[in-house]
Design a protein around this ligand. Structure first.
Ligand SMILES: *Cc1c(COP(=O)(O)O)cnc(C)c1O
Ligand code: SF4
Length: 445
């Protein structure tokens, strides 16, 4: 199977296009000029049910929908498109709207950039002590784009590759020097968009140096969901699997952090074959996804997804809350609702599926898990804990926020019991101020 991408420029060539209503076409044009839009022939032919578009999860996951922009933004773009074909005017309008969609949540670009020999290593992020995120420059796109994705700014060219690594030796050098790093997590975009040879250029120096602190190489990818042929029949599939096998044989754990949004992504023959091939190469597969309105906002869907994953030898890992950016209003559930979905799904499965943790928000201090809603000292509260912390000492400490039935993100939460700060806030301020000084010094130079 050959990958055929569909974007705003050629989506009308999709064979099923006549199934779309005029309103759906309008939404694609209007929203697709602001937020990224890319799908492909596998997603279109194997995952989407074209006779049920109104409720189809993968249609909503990859095709722009009207509700993804506010009415005001939508109408603005619609009027512009009705009056001009001038690309600059359209782009300027899009950029004004984009800047109002909180394009850089949680300081993604500015914070946590590590240093090596006095040089800032853009393309790496070292937020949690054990795990180094690595963004290879050739892995900054995907086989299709998820409409909720917090990385949308880079896909529409707002921060083009500013955030990507080019120098493969830096990765090895940094891991050799920083003994606390046990895990490297390749991320993107989707690193599995890279050819095997390019991926190998980042891996070979690690296999050669074999830093004894390096335990696990992880690859965050949605290729099993959007393009499983990558591991089966693409030109470089065998080469890639061989490389994976060599990593495993060298004694390093190799884990695919597979992003699956809905059980339908686990049903095709090709995804089952891809998973089986990865497993027989010794690769572990752990699964994660945000919980999203219109896509997977029911406990039945999650329970089914976890069961199918376990049956295919994958390990359920994280349920996330979608970040406060882009089309968040379309996808966001209240924190209470997200927790109810998690809890009810978790109750429906046995312990082998309960390796999953969540719902979890990746925010500035760390990954915050909603353990539940409870009542303490007569006050209704959210019980929270950190699954990951900018300071490891914060991890696994329970803490409390005032219950807020409308809260959809950490910013909406206040400490419970009339306390004026969460326990980590003073320390976070100190960590941040140190960092801001770094940046100022750098700009000054
Ligand atoms: C989630 C995340 C990781 C990995 O965390 P684990 O809990 O070990 O899976 C690493 N770095 C960042 C910035 C993250 O958001
Ligand atoms: S595959 Fe991952 S990085 Fe790519 S659009 Fe989807 S969520 Fe974002």
């Amino acid at each position: 199977m050959k990958l055929q991408s569909f974007t705003l420029h050629n989506y009308k060539k999709i064979p099923q296009i006549n199934k779309l209503t005029e309103a759906q076409i309008e939404a694609i044009e209007v929203v697709g000029n602001v937020l990224p839009f890319k799908t492909n022939n596998y997603v279109v032919n194997e995952l989407i049910d074209w006779n049920n578009l109104e409720s189809d999860p993968i249609f909503k996951l990859t095709f722009p929908q009207k509700g993804m922009l506010s009415k005001e933004h939508y109408d603005t773009m619609k009027i512009i498109l009705a009056h001009t074909r001038d690309k600059n005017i359209i782009k300027n309008t899009a950029n004004i709207i984009r800047h109002e969609l909180n394009p850089h949540p949680a300081g993604q670009l500015e914070h946590n950039v590590p240093m090596l020999n006095g040089e800032r290593l853009t393309g790496m992020q070292h937020k949690y002590r054990e795990t180094l995120l690595f963004f290879p420059s050739q892995g900054q796109t995907c086989h299709a784009y998820c409409t909720f994705c917090f990385r949308w700014p880079q896909f529409v060219g707002m921060d083009e590759l500013k955030f990507a690594a080019r120098e493969s030796s830096h990765l090895k050098d940094y891991v050799v020097k920083n003994k606390e790093v046990t895990d490297i997590l390749f991320t993107g975009g989707d690193p599995m968009i890279m050819k095997a040879k390019i991926f190998a250029s980042y891996i070979e120096p690690l296999l050669e140096a074999k830093p004894e602190n390096l335990q696990t190489i992880r690859i965050g990818t949605k290729a099993l969901g959007y393009w499983p042929y990558k591991f089966v029949s693409d030109d470089d599939a065998d080469e890639l699997l061989n490389l994976f096998e060599r990593i495993v044989k060298s004694g390093i754990n190799l884990t695919i952090m597979a992003h699956f949004s809905h059980p339908v992504e686990l049903d095709t023959d090709i995804v089952k074959t891809a998973i089986a091939r990865l497993r027989s190469a010794g690769v572990q597969i752990r699964t994660q996804s945000p919980v999203l309105k219109h896509i997977n906002d029911s406990p039945e869907v999650w329970a089914e997804m976890w069961r199918k994953q376990v049956n295919l030898n994958c390990i359920p890992y994280y349920m996330f809350i979608p970040r406060d950016t882009g089309a968040q209003d379309y996808f966001a559930l209240t924190l209470e609702k997200a927790w109810i979905i998690f809890r009810e799904a978790y109750q429906k499965v046995s312990g082998v599926c309960r390796t999953v943790r969540g719902p979890s928000m990746s925010c500035t201090p760390g990954k915050v898990q909603i353990l539940g809603v409870s009542e303490l000292k007569g006050e209704k509260v959210f019980v929270l804990r950190m699954l990951q912390g900018r300071n490891s000492d914060w991890v696994a400490r329970p803490f409390f926020a005032e219950f807020n039935p409308n809260a959809i993100w950490m910013d909406d939460l206040k400490p419970a019991f009339d306390e004026d700060k969460f326990f980590f806030e003073d320390e976070l301020d100190i960590l941040f101020n140190e960092h801001i000084t770094d940046v100022e010094v750098e700009n000054f130079e």
